[in-house]
Design a protein around this ligand. Structure first.
Ligand SMILES: CC(C)(COP(=O)(O)OP(=O)(O)OC[C@H]1O[C@@H](n2cnc3c(N)ncnc32)[C@H](O)[C@@H]1OP(=O)(O)O)[C@@H](O)C(=O)NCCC(=O)NCCS
Length: 165
């Protein structure tokens, strides 16, 4: 699809953006995280987040953005030489424009500086969009947690454990 990444800026996700991040999370998850949950995760030693936004006045998806527009964020937990993607979400209205890819590239750049060696994540086995994104970025399945994601409706879904190789 179209890539609009030239319009994007990436900044550190700090607790000041927790409300913005909580609103974005709501667009992506049934079991979404509120401001407190996001602040708590950011407060864990070794955690960091990145926020993607389009600054006021720039064009994104053929529209001029009137106010700074947050589009997505990623939250990562590092422990020694391992890192795990805790969550990544892009505003439902802004998907397939390269935002998720840019956020992940930001994570790779940041981890390179920290000399982290392994990058892991978990994803529901029916989440085709996320699995496609991760596959494109070099992640492969290394394990599976049976029935890990319990939903309000429908059967529990396996989690794929993926590692970037
Ligand atoms: C997964 C998610 C973060 C992807 O963000 P995005 O900004 O739409 O992704 P990008 O536009 O950067 O896509 C990069 C590549 O990933 C793949 N991809 C992304 N969404 C896809 C979809 N719906 N179907 C197929 N492939 C997809 C494509 O290869 C795409 O490249 P292309 O557009 O050039 O074909 C987004 O769909 C989302 O927020 N989903 C809800 C929350 C979620 O499921 N998070 C992951 C939890 S583990």
């Amino acid at each position: 699809m179209t890539t609009q990444t030239a319009a994007l800026e990436i900044v550190a996700l700090t607790p000041a953006f927790a409300a913005v991040a909580a609103a974005l999370h709501q667009t992506g998850f049934e079991d979404c995280w509120d401001e407190t949950a996001i602040c708590d995760l950011l407060a864990v030693p070794g955690a960091f987040g990145l926020l993607a936004f389009v600054p006021k006045g720039r064009q994104f998806n053929r529209e001029t953005v009137v106010d700074d527009r947050p589009l997505g964020f990623v939250l990562v937990q590092t422990v020694l030489d391992e890192a795990e993607i805790n969550t990544i979400v892009v505003d439902a209205k802004a998907r397939r424009h390269g935002v998720g890819n840019v956020l992940m590239q930001g994570v790779f750049a940041r981890l390179q500086n920290q000399a982290s060696t392994r990058l892991l994540l978990e994803v529901a086995c029916d989440n085709a969009a996320a699995i496609a994104l991760y596959g494109k970025l070099g992640f492969v399945e290394i394990g599976r947690r049976r029935g890990y994601y319990r939903r309000k409706e429908g059967p529990a879904m396996d989690a794929l454990v993926m590692e970037r190789v």
